[in-house]
Design a protein around this ligand. Structure first.
Ligand code: FAD
Length: 423
């Protein structure tokens, strides 16, 4: 529920009410609120952007939610609201421009009603904000910025600036937390201040995002197309005012991005058409275009006593394989389950024994998903003849060999088998 004043102590403080922070808080609330009356677990979520839907997390992008993520939102009781707003992906078509071979994955062969769903981030924002507002054991403070974290023997001291005015007009409150869940995104100032370093691979690319309209119905197919100048994806969206719509994610070299963004619409459509081909007929319209720089960033530490990093601050992935949020949702659900169990055992949520259980449970999934995204990106954005051969053979063989196809599909759907413990 929205609050304007704070308790002195919270069991868990979530820094950032973006896609990951909000989803995690809902998961923790769902797993603990049923038992809350006897021994409540108090959760605080803070978010600087006054209207949460205006947060960069909930901008004009769309997100491909895997089938596994749908199941997570279902378990949180949010799919009832999200499902009708999302467009099912019934088939995935992966192809390589100018080369023979494609992977076609059909939902029927995987025994599910859809391989995944495309949700507009703004819709996710509306549903998640409403869930934060009504959760019984969440205090939701917005606008509020956490500007300092100080480790204490039993958790963290947290400094919160809140209010709608300038920094000098706002209220500063110091509180304590058993655990701080840092979900403040890939440009986290707080993790930097805590001296948490990361490994960063710059891909030298940007993703151009826009909604597009085309001649033919997409028939709920998601297209991944690899070209000599970078991969592009068209995800199916619901029709709007009679337009067949899709969400475009077009990866281009960094130095080309400004030029492509500035192209007059007919030229932009022409260049896009050349790369995508005519599977959806003529591409007729493009909406607002925005470019995001792309890199792979992985924090070297995800846990410290009283602290855990979640979402982009822990791992920012290339969006080509659509895995960033999906991985963070799996992390969030596992962390919430372990914190709820620790609460029942009477353990502090920030105890290293509890947080180590989380890393042990999720490290294999994280490594496999990061490798999958990175491998896809390297393999498919390179004009090197050896790699062209590898992907020609790879796509062809993945399509023909059922076991490979199933493995590829399960990873993309967020259903890959989990192992624990980092080797
Ligand atoms: C172009 C593109 C396409 C993508 N497509 C997909 C896809 O199809 N499928 C998929 O799974 N993933 C996709 N992703 C990845 C996905 O968008 C990210 O994984 C997700 O946005 C990460 O969310 P986050 O909450 O960790 O970070 P953010 O979205 O950056 O949110 C961080 C939040 O923290 C708040 N904050 C910051 N500092 C503070 C502070 N000091 N105090 C309090 N709050 C603070 C911010 O206001 C913000 O609301 C895509 C990414 C891009 C760039």
């Amino acid at each position: 529920m929205r609050v304007s004043s704070l308790r002195e102590h919270y069991d868990v403080v979530v820094v950032g009410g973006g896609l990951v922070g909000a989803s995690f808080a809902c998961a923790l609330s769902a797993k603990t609120s049923a038992k809350a009356s006897a021994n409540p677990l108090h959760i605080l979520v803070t978010e600087p952007v006054a209207a949460l839907q205006a947060s960069t997390s909930f901008d004009s992008r769309s997100t491909a939610l895997s089938y596994g993520s749908r199941c997570i939102y279902e378990r949180l009781g949010l799919w009832q609201e999200l499902g009708p707003l999302a467009t099912p992906i019934k088939n995935i078509h992966v192809s390589d421009r100018g080369h023979f071979g494609a992977v076609r994955i059909d939902h029927a062969n995987m025994g599910v009603e859809a391989l995944g769903y495309v949700a507009e981030n703004q819709h996710l924002g509306v549903v998640l904000t409403a869930a934060l507002d009504r959760a019984p054991n969440i205090d939701f403070l917005c606008p509020a910025v956490i500007d300092e974290l100080q480790p204490r023997p039993d958790g963290m001291r947290v400094r919160v600036q809140h209010g709608e005015g300038t920094a000098s007009e706002n209220t500063t409150t110091e509180i304590t937390a058993g655990l701080v869940v840092l979900a403040d995104g890939g440009k986290s100032i707080l993790s930097e201040r805590l001296g948490i370093s990361g490994s960063v691979t710059h891909y030298g690319q940007k993703a151009i995002i826009a909604n597009i309209a085309f001649e033919k119905s997409h028939d709920n197919v998601a297209f991944e197309r690899f070209t000599d100048r970078g991969p592009l994806a068209v995800l199916p969206l619901a029709t709007h005012q009679g337009d067949n719509r899709g969400a475009l994610i077009w990866t281009v070299e960094e130095h080309e991005a400004d030029e492509i963004l500035a192209l007059p619409e007919p030229l932009f459509l022409q260049q896009l058409q050349e790369r995508f081909g005519y599977r959806l007929g003529h591409i007729e319209k493009v909406g607002a275009r925005v470019a995001y720089p792309l890199s792979l960033a992985v924090a070297r530490e995800q846990i410290r006593p009283g602290l855990v990093l979640l979402g982009n601050v822990a791992h920012t992935l290339h969006p080509v394989a659509g895995q960033g949020l999906n991985l963070a949702l799996r992390d969030s659900e596992v962390l919430a389950e372990l914190l709820a169990a620790a609460h029942d055992e009477g353990l502090s949520p920030g105890a290293m024994t509890v947080l180590q259980r989380y890393i042990d449970a999720q490290c294999h999934d994280q490594d496999a998903t990061i490798d999958f995204s990175h491998y896809m990106m390297r393999l498919f954005s390179n004009g090197n003849p050896a790699l062209i051969w590898a992907r020609k053979f790879g796509l062809f063989s993945i399509d023909l060999i059922p076991v490979m196809k199933k493995t590829f599909a399960r990873q993309a759907m967020g259903l890959a088998e989990r192992r624990t413990r980092r080797a």
